[in-house]
Structures are given as structure tokens and as C-alpha cells.
Design a protein around this ligand. Sequence first.
Ligand SMILES: Cc1cc2nc3c(=O)[nH]c(=O)nc-3n(C[C@H](O)[C@H](O)[C@H](O)COP(=O)(O)OP(=O)(O)OC[C@H]3O[C@@H](n4cnc5c(N)ncnc54)[C@H](O)[C@@H]3O)c2cc1C
Length: 374
Amino acid sequence: MLFDYPAALASVIDEAIAPQARETDCSGAFPRVGINALGEAGLLGLISSTDIGGAGKSLADAAYVIEKLAAACGSNAMITLMHYSATAIIEAHGDQETRRAIGSGRHLSTLAFSEAGSRSHFWAPESSARSDGSGTVVLDAQKSWVTSAGEADSYVWSSRPFQADGPMTLWLVPSNTHGLHVRGKFDGLGLRGNASNPVSAESVTVASSAILGDDGAGLDIALQTVLPHFLVLNAAFSLGLMQALIDEAGAHLKRTKLTHLGQTLAEQEHHRTRFAQLLTRTDEVRAFLQDTLSALAAGRADATLRVLQVKAVAAEGASEVADGVMRLCGGSAFRKELGVERRFRDALAARVMAPTTEALRDFVGRATLGLPLF
Ligand SMILES: Cc1cc2nc3c(=O)[nH]c(=O)nc-3n(C[C@H](O)[C@H](O)[C@H](O)COP(=O)(O)OP(=O)(O)OC[C@H]3O[C@@H](n4cnc5c(N)ncnc54)[C@H](O)[C@@H]3O)c2cc1C
């Protein structure tokens, strides 16, 4: 049967996500109602293979979902973005049972890459994995940021290899494993419901079969499988916020009057041209994201370059448009009722999420100047 996922998404957003968005932001509570509704509607299994009960949809379809979610609620969007990024690797290297649980919308996953020591340099984990010789592996780590910490069912987890050479090994770690501890309660500037807490692992024992891919091959897998999903979907996240900000600004300019002049704000040249600039910036990001998706779908020679560029293009665009809309809508935007200041705060996250804008610029320079990425 054809899965009309845009219609399913629209109804979940209308019923379970948009009405809660302001409260999620104010309380900082994990948006469990929205995430459960996404699971029940088949949207958490969107990119899982049809063989194991998923919807078998593409990265472009996932980008559509993240863009629409971000326009409604940044926290729901970031949780789903991390879940799709983790799903990409679980689909390629995970066990059947977890794949089936994700495909049927019963399992939420996320990435646990960033560490207290190597910080945003996720390509250099310092955490350890050691074999105890009995078919199990012991993990120790101080993860600095994990979206959906304590809420997801599993973590896609990086460590140093346990035997092989190489920079990284990846694991699928059930979140209820003994020895995992979520540290504190997330209290961030934006994305306040996404439970992005530190997680520590103290002698956490997992089966050696929890490995995702080969020992020592984790960085290659992360670059080839996780990164394209994370970077493209992160750009879609920024675009969704930008579009929502533009829509809110446009509505505000049209409905708000300078009564002493008998004109709307839209009838003021300054407001109109500034709005046009911000709208065009948003459309530039949309065009860049579309080009990246086309390059990937066609296997174009510049696909990798576009993937390395797209998150920074969108993240910087989102910060710029969010700040511009705050100024354009004035004091009205400074208060909570327009929903502009919430999206302004949410929009500032993407540029500091690893790989950060600075790291991506370095990668783009290295890739085009014939230098190794690391
Ligand atoms: C809302 C949110 C959700 C997140 N969720 C997750 C998650 O689910 N999983 C996960 O693994 N991580 C997650 N992260 C963490 C994220 O990916 C980064 O690791 C984290 O934001 C880095 O913060 P830091 O203070 O350690 O940055 P630092 O590494 O200290 O960097 C601070 C600044 O310095 C810049 N910088 C660092 N090194 C260089 C350099 N060599 N050259 C130039 N500039 C440099 C960076 O670009 C950045 O702007 C999340 C972050 C946020 C904000």
C-alpha cells in the first residue's frame, strides 16, 4: 500500500506537535507525545527497509520530514534527525531485531559521538572499549552531548578500537545497559525539549556482536553512512526554521498597521526590502539543499563537496535570517507570542553541532585543495 507520508506527517504535526511546541520550549520537557505519534504514524521507520517493516523512503523524503518538523517544533525535529542518522548506520550494520523495532516505529535511537575530552572533534574519540575475553566488551566514556539522552532506546556509540588499528569503532548500546548514567537535566538556550545531556559509561558491558561494522572502521563508516544523513538533514532542519520565520514575518508585516499613516508595515519600503532579502536568503538555502539532494541522487562528481558544504550554508543562513527577522519584527518578536524568539534560539544550535561550521569549512578547503580530510 502506498504510504502517503506527507499527509501522515501533517496530521501528526497538527495534532501532537505544533500545539505542544511552546510548552515544550517553556518546560524543557522531552516531547514524548509527539515522538510517540511519529512512531505510530510510521514516520520513525521512514528510511528503514521495507523488508523489515519500514517505509523504505529516501534521504530526500527524510529531509522533507525534518524541514516540516523544524518549522513546527525544533526539539521534535532534532530528535528525529538524530534518530534517522542513527538508523542509517543501524540499517547497514545493526541486528535484525533492532532494525525491525525501528521499522515498526517502536524504537528511538540517537548518536553518542561527542566527548568531554575531544569535544566537537568527533573523529577523535578518547573513550575506550576493551575485550574481557568472554565474548563481551567493556565500554568506558564521558559523552558530552547526546540528544534524547535517557529517552532513546539505543545509542550509536563511538569508542577507540578494542584490538584493531584505526581511530574509531562504533557500537549499538541499549540505553538501559547497567553502568550508563545520564548527567543532569538539559537546560539549553534553544531546542529545549531535546534532552541533550552528557552520558557517562562506567564499565558498561555489551556483547561483542553489538559492534557496528569492523573494529577500527568506525570513522570510515561514520563518514560514508552517518555523515551524509546528518549533514543533509541538519540543513533541512535549518531550512524549516528559516521558512517558518519568513512566514511569521510576512504575516506580521501584512497584518500590522502604522495607524497614524494608515499603512501596514508591508507598505513601508524598508520593511519590504529587508523582508525580500531574508526571503531570498532562505530560497538560496533551499536551492543549495535541492542541488545537494540532486547531486547525491544522480551520483554527481560534486556530491561529496555539496554534502560537506550544505550544513554550514544552511546553519549560517538560519542564524542570519533568525537575527534579521528578530530585528524586522521589532519588539513584537522579542516577546514569545509570535514564535520568532523561540525559533531564533533554536536556529543557533546547528552551527555549533559537530561537524561545526568551522570544521566543515576546513574539510571543504582540504577536499578541494587536494589535502586529506584529517
Ligand atoms: C542541541 C545540541 C544537540 C546535540 N546533540 C548531539 C548528539 O546527539 N550527539 C553528539 O554526539 N553530539 C551532540 N551535540 C554536540 C555537538 O555535536 C558538538 O560536539 C558540541 O556542540 C560541541 O560543543 P563544545 O563546547 O565541546 O565545542 P568545542 O569543540 O569546544 O568548540 C567551540 C568552538 O570552537 C570551534 N573550533 C573547535 N575546534 C576548532 C578548530 N580546530 N578550528 C577552528 N574552530 C574550532 C568550534 O567550531 C566551535 O565553534 C549536540 C549539540 C547541541 C548544541
